[in-house]
Design a protein around this ligand. Sequence first.
Ligand code: 13P
Length: 338
Amino acid sequence: MSLKNIEDIAAYIVAGGKGILAADESNPTCGKRFDSIGVESTEENRRNYREMLFRSKGMKGNIGGVILFDETIRQSAEDGTLLRDLITSQDALPGIKVDKGLEPIDDCPGETVTVGLEGLDERLKEYSSMGAKFTKWRAVINIGDGIPTDKCIDANMQALADYAKCAQDNGMVPIVEPEVLMDGKHSIDDCYDATDRSLKSLFSHLDKKGVNIKGTILKPNMITSGKDSDVQASIDEVAKRTLECLIENVPSELPGIAFLSGGQSDVLATAHLDAMNKIGGFTWKLSFSYGRALQAAALQAWGGKPENVFISQDELSHRAEMNKLASLGEWEEELEER
Ligand code: 13P
């Protein structure tokens, strides 16, 4: 791979239908995932699990980048190979989550701002020296009674822009993730409105900060009904409303949009992505940066047992292949029958 600058890196990650494996769960989040399969979240178990994922055959050609947590970028596989080198050997680029999580906002009940700008420049320099080519920062927007407020959106999108500039100044691609959560009973229109406001604010802050859009990847939510809403929008409607919102707000020179899965089932996340790519009519690559929707089946199949490694890797490989097809608009439901 000869990647001369951030524009090359961003284009590489999403080239030819490839997407991103989000494996940057913090230790507490990883603990929750492991609880669901009755495995203790020790440093060794987290290493074993991620080593297994990164050695899966289906990484190659389907995954262009892997987002890591601080612990993982420093870890080695059982044979001593650095996990980040395993990723590179699969022709994927290692990336790193660099925000420091959520804090409540004064006078905004139910809302948070993502923190981590303090000391960011030094952290980025270290990650770059370890070979990280891209970074991720996640902002969280809640929908509820009277929220999101403009104050919450503005504070979060400004922090995203400050982070993105710092990442680019250190030669790494920023993935900007303004996640409007699916939690709640809200309608698809409420999700559209919150996402539309967030994206407008985000691109205005990126512009003000002088962030190079051609060296940036957007990681948005799709426009869906709230998880607990009685009315669930169809695949077609999710695809159309999501595209409408992105076309309205995202500059055409952005190289890639890689969705988060946000709690959607794995097949539904694939179906939505495929439906959008079948509609077409946009300039960016429309791809995936899934955590749960890539890993859920592999995690279940593994169950913490070494004898399950191959079937677990097969599950990850399958989802990676399905999502690559969806990024090309070439997925069909029958391909899920194995
Ligand atoms: P999910 O796809 O599980 O939402 O995770 C993506 C992610 O990286 C959230 O920050």
